[in-house]
Ligand binder design. Structure first.
Ligand SMILES: C[C@@]1(CC(=O)O)c2cc3[nH]c(cc4nc(cc5[nH]c(cc(n2)[C@H]1CCC(=O)O)[C@@](C)(CC(=O)O)[C@@H]5CCC(=O)O)C(CC(=O)O)=C4CCC(=O)O)c(CCC(=O)O)c3CC(=O)O
Ligand SMILES: NC(=O)C1=CN([C@@H]2O[C@H](COP(=O)(O)OP(=O)(O)OC[C@H]3O[C@@H](n4cnc5c(N)ncnc54)[C@H](O)[C@@H]3O)[C@@H](O)[C@H]2O)C=CC1
Length: 220
């Protein structure tokens, strides 16, 4: 595993997007406020989430995570480490920057990645996510403008049409084309023409099978 040596990094230089399978990974969140609750929701359906906090935002009532009521500032390092051990990721979401820093340093000692709600510590940042049944789009400004990441999510959701429908059409069409068009370049050209064709996007409303028939008629 590649680890960052620095305790704090400036604006996430060098970060690249990855899609990860976090099933069964342990994610610990320090701070159960509105921000901790949003981050808990982000991970709850995949990872095993544990939230350490003095109090918990009402949203936790509807989020399937483990909550541990505790005062982190009153704990010694060993006690905090006992909660962080075997974590894949530790998220610091407390107001207290010094306490966040202390928890982040202990997390690194445990071999965990760190995400910081203030965006100054850590080697992981959370993107804004546009999610469908067949795709996931992560958007990040690396802490420069979270509002812009949200704005771009809303733009994609509003203006990109039936992405799930088009992914399904492309999936079935490309399988079909592999059987009947031997030349890969020709297959790729047809698939791109379908993506660029507004009539094909309209055809999605008639169902995947019908849209595929129309695409084959038009482009073969
Ligand atoms: C560094 C980072 C933490 C990290 O690594 O996780 C971080 C940090 C901070 N955000 C702050 C504010 C806001 N955050 C949002 C929204 C989101 N913030 C998210 C991620 C991140 N936020 C990471 C960088 C991501 C990036 O840059 O792309 C999203 C994408 C994902 C998520 O967290 O769920 C989610 C959108 C979900 C969606 O809707 O799609 C809005 C918009 C709104 O709520 O309307 C505002 C108000 C507008 C604004 O400030 O832009 C402040 C307080 C600033 C202050 O005090 O003024 C800090 C701390 C600081 O800057 O000190
Ligand atoms: N990443 C992001 O998108 C955003 C990050 N932020 C930053 O994130 C931080 C957290 O924001 P909120 O959740 O709104 O704050 P908040 O004050 O509502 O929540 C903090 C939580 O931490 C708990 N807590 C505080 N000290 C504790 C301690 N010593 N031991 C155990 N628990 C303790 C509190 O009980 C509370 O549940 C803020 O500092 C804010 O600047 C703010 C807005 C957006």
């Amino acid at each position: 595993m590649i680890r960052l040596n620095a305790c704090s990094i400036n604006l996430y230089s060098g970060m690249i997007p990855l899609m990860m399978d976090l099933r069964d990974a342990k994610v610990v969140i320090a701070g159960g406020g509105a921000v901790g609750a949003r981050k808990a929701r982000f991970f709850a359906s995949e990872a095993r989430v544990v939230v350490l906090s003095r109090s918990f935002h009402p949203d936790f009532a509807e989020t399937a995570v483990e909550t541990v009521k505790c005062d982190l500032s009153g704990m010694d390092d060993d006690e905090i480490v006992s909660h962080l051990r075997e974590s894949f990721l530790v998220i610091t979401a407390l107001e207290d920057v010094e306490l966040n820093r202390r928890i982040a340093a202990l997390a690194r000692r445990c071999g965990a990645h760190v995400n910081d709600a203030h965006g100054v510590l850590g080697d992981v940042t959370l993107p804004s996510v546009v999610r469908g049944e067949t795709y996931s789009i992560g958007i990040s400004t690396f802490g420069r403008s979270p509002g812009m990441a949200r704005h771009l999510r809303l733009c994609i959701e509003e203006h990109c049409g039936d992405i799930d429908g088009m992914v399904r059409l492309q999936e079935t069409l490309r399988e079909n084309l592999k059987q009947i068009v031997p030349d890969q370049l020709v297959r790729s050209q047809i698939l791109n023409e379908v993506l660029d064709d507004p009539a094909m996007w309209d055809a999605l409303a008639r169902g995947t099978a019908q849209a595929k028939e129309e695409a084959l008629r038009k482009y073969l």
